[in-house]
Design a protein around this ligand. Structure first.
Ligand code: AMP
Length: 278
């Protein structure tokens, strides 16, 4: 496995691979890898000749009071984990390499970003679209892999690709969880011991809510009460929408999603609920 730090070197590598007819799978990440990231690499490995993982903590997707500076980073450990999962290339540019000048053109997410995290983190998904667009152009992947853990991000990136005819396929990866149900996340390291014990209740609340939705009930009040009795963190939102449109009108699939702010970590999780063909 090689680690590439510059745009020029990445483009040269991509050119050579394309010349010899190799297909490329891209797994964009912010690093501090866990099994969720590695499951995406494994899927990419099965479906492509070569796998590129980007590791870039993207300042454009963090708000001024968010955790960009203290987002966890450990490149050496990431290199070992990525290599063991079968990654061929890590692309880990500096901020200056990725954004050498102020962008003159902005890309903005539409109505899908007006709910859930998009409503709470203004500009976040515009920053995601900015980095993902660049990564797509630099890597020219046949397929790019995103986790259902960040379901709103996934839905918005699917719209980007569909609306602007990006010549690649978006592939979805299931959420990988700890044995107690907590969704794996780089930010879990910032939970205190007590918070870590409470955190599996997020998944439990979603499972409870899913049953209520399938029974034709509105789950939001009950989920909120369930969580308030069990966690010290502050509920940022609990919402139910259509998926992947994220509109109010629920048709075949719904997303039930929540965000909780603990002292040093904001956690998100969701469940997708099939309402037809169940
Ligand atoms: P991040 O490094 O948090 O930006 O995540 C990089 C990619 O990994 C995104 O597509 C995430 O949705 C995905 N991901 C993060 N956590 C998980 C998880 N627990 N299971 C599956 N995919 C995940």
């Amino acid at each position: 496995m090689q680690t590439i730090r510059t745009v020029e070197e990445l483009k040269n590598w991509v050119r050579e691979e394309k010349k010899s007819g190799q297909t490329i799978g891209l797994v964009p990440t912010m690093g501090f890898l866990h099994e969720g990231h590695l499951s995406l690499v494994e899927k990419a490995k099965q479906e492509n000749d070569k796998v590129v993982m980007s590791i870039f903590v993207n300042p454009a997707q963090f708000g001024p009071n968010e955790d960009f500076d203290r987002y966890p980073r450990d490149m050496e450990r990431d290199q070992q984990l990525a290599a063991s999962a079968g990654t061929d290339v890590i692309f880990a540019p500096s901020v200056a390499e990725m954004y050498p000048r102020e962008s003159q053109i902005s890309i903005s997410a539409g109505a899908q970003a007006e709910v859930l995290c998009g409503a709470k983190r203004p500009g976040h998904f515009d920053g995601v679209l900015k980095v993902v667009t660049k990564l797509f152009h630099l890597t020219e992947p046949n397929r790019a892999y995103f986790g259902q853990k960040d379901a709103q991000q996934l839905a918005i990136i699917e719209s980007l690709v569909a609306d602007y005819n990006f010549p690649l396929e978006i592939r979805r990866g299931e959420t990988v969880r700890e044995a107690d149900g907590l969704a794996k996340s780089s930010r879990n390291v910032y939970l205190s011991e007590a918070e870590r014990r409470e955190a599996p209740h997020l998944h439990a609340a979603l499972q409870l809510g899913k049953q209520l939705v399938l029974g034709g009930e509105n789950p939001l009040q009950e989920m909120s009460e369930y969580l308030k009795e069990r966690i010290s963190g502050k509920i940022d939102y609990i919402e139910l929408h259509d998926y992947p449109t994220l509109s109010k009108e629920i048709t075949d699939e719904a997303i039930l999603a929540l965000a909780v702010q603990f002292e040093k970590a904001r956690l998100i999780d969701n469940v997708i609920i099939k309402l037809k063909g169940n």
